[in-house]
Design a protein around this ligand. Structure first.
Ligand code: GLU
Length: 473
């Protein structure tokens, strides 16, 4: 059975790159009917933080990436790491490196500087460790040190990457790998192999920055006698400027997207497209369909480009597809509690769902759906309420509006246009002031649609109110 894992180090929040890796593992597991596991790689005690663990778990849950089985914490496996490293030592597959960091630095400067040939360097390193030069001979008396695994000297270390095909490294170029530091802590390459083996991981899917680690990990698997899993290395994610993705390009944590009013399924959809395209001509593909179509072998080798406009567009498509009732709930966290009402939220949804990009926009552009105390854009007011005749015209229009029995878009439009004609002005002379009166904004949904949705009473009340401003002036 397929078993994959996402193995973040809790030294930072769950950023876009990590979330994409988690998502590809998750889609692969679900597609294959396998298991998706989560391992927190918290061996770096200094840099690991509980708050980052929380951010990662919450971010994954929010995205709908649910892991199977209990979360594994790498630090809990430390005894296993030490035990297996010592076992390799006893079996002669690994050896002690007794130098301190300082001493090794001196050795390197003295004996290894200027050696370009990898194979030669590897041999010399091994020799300098096992048979130290005279000035370091005393270190042989030490019975502790780091543990290094012996990397074979002949042949190639190869693997068949599910995305990139065959990748091969000459074994002679890979130096003997430190698996346990002298303080007893495992190195990343060792811990990852032991943990993946303990968790029975069948496929390792991770960023392509890990490609150079893979041959080293294969050496470790073989030395330990564990089955080697399959590997798939995902393409890098670049910013629109083609530089490595950083905080400049996107939010630092996926939870920031939640707080911006992005829907989790929209972010899921967007992240899934960073390196893979289920269709040549369709980009809005909901999570279930993504999972059904997912094919790790079709993932692109070339870097993916992160485009936040595309994310907003995808989000707008998901918003559009939701019912007014659903949106009324979803927008709740973005509307001040004291003005939120379900009725207002339904109005905002009806008015704006085809126009907004985020859930936040419902309040930003639709405060007038919730309350009469909306903000009136001052510059718009000044421009369209510049003289007394504006108020006179509005008074006449208001009378006509009062007479309307069937408060419907078409009727309202007809009444407004007829009134404009009667007054000998362009319809725009009435349209702009009415829009500002009822919504406070220069732009928004089609005016007549908006008036119908807001309802006759509200519209009349708001026109009356703005006219009071005129009498005050
Ligand atoms: N903790 C490692 C990372 O975050 C895991 C790499 C791997 O998947 O092997 O890069």
């Amino acid at each position: 059975m397929v078993r994959v894992r996402f193995a973040p180090s809790p030294t930072g929040k769950l950023h876009v790159g990590g979330a994409r890796t988690a998502l590809y593992n998750y889609m692969f597991a679900r597609h294959e009917g396998g298991k998706f596991l989560l391992r927190i790689e918290d061996t770096d005690r200094e840099r690991s933080r509980e708050e980052f663990v929380r951010d990662i778990l919450e971010g994954l849950r929010w995205l709908g990436i649910q892991w199977d089985e209990d979360v594994v914490y790498q630090s809990q496996n430390q005894e296993r790491h030490r035990h297996l490293a010592r076992k390799l030592l006893e079996e002669g597959k690994a050896y002690l490196d007794r130098y301190t960091a300082d001493e090794w630095q001196q050795v390197r400067e003295k004996y290894l500087a200027g050696i370009r040939d990898q194979a030669q360097k590897k041999q010399m390193e091994r020799q300098l460790i096992l048979d130290p030069p005279r000035e370091f001979r005393h270190i042989l008396e030490r019975d502790t040190g780091a543990i290094r695994i012996k990397v074979p000297d002949e042949g190639n270390i190869e693997f068949e990457d599910l995305i990139r095909g065959k990748i091969s490294y000459p074994a002679s170029h890979i130096s003997d790998i430190v698996i346990l530091r002298s303080d007893g802590s495992p190195t990343y390459n060792f811990a990852v192999v032991v943990d993946d083996a303990l968790m029975n991981i069948t496929h390792v899917i991770r960023g392509d920055d890990h490609i150079p680690n893979t041959p080293k990990q294969i050496v470790i698997y073989r030395a330990l006698g564990f089955p080697v899993p399959e590997f798939a290395h995902l393409p890098m994610i670049l910013g629109p400027d083609k530089k490595k993705l950083s905080k400049r390009h996107g939010a630092a944590s996926v939870l920031e997207y939640r707080d911006m009013g992005i829907l989790p399924e929209a972010l899921f959809n967007f992240l899934a497209l960073l390196g893979w395209a289920p269709y040549p001509d369709r980009e809005v593909v909901p999570p279930d369909e993504m999972i059904r179509l997912f094919d790790i072998r079709k993932v692109n080798r070339n870097p993916a480009v992160f485009d936040s406009d595309k994310l907003l567009w995808i989000n707008s498509q998901y918003i559009k597809a939701k019912s007014e009732e659903e949106l009324a709930e979803l927008m709740k966290p973005f509307v001040p509690q004291e003005v939120y009402s379900r009725e207002g939220a339904i109005l905002a949804a009806r008015l704006l769902k085809d126009r907004v990009k985020t859930l936040k926009d419902f309040w930003e552009y639709g405060d007038y759906a919730f309350t009469d105390e909306f903000v009136i854009e001052e510059n718009a007011y000044r421009k369209h309420f510049s003289g007394p005749e504006v108020f006179q015209r509005l008074r006449i229009l208001l009378e006509e509006f009062r007479k309307i029995e069937e408060w419907k878009e078409e009727t309202i439009e007809k009444v407004l246009r007829d009134t404009a004609e009667r007054l000998g002005v362009k319809a725009a002379r009435l349209i702009h002031p009415v829009r500002i009166a009822v919504s406070g904004k220069k732009v928004g949904p089609s005016l007549f649609f908006m008036l119908e949705v807001l309802g006759k009473d509200r519209v009349i009340r708001r026109i009356e109110r703005i006219m009071e401003r005129g009498t005050d002036d």
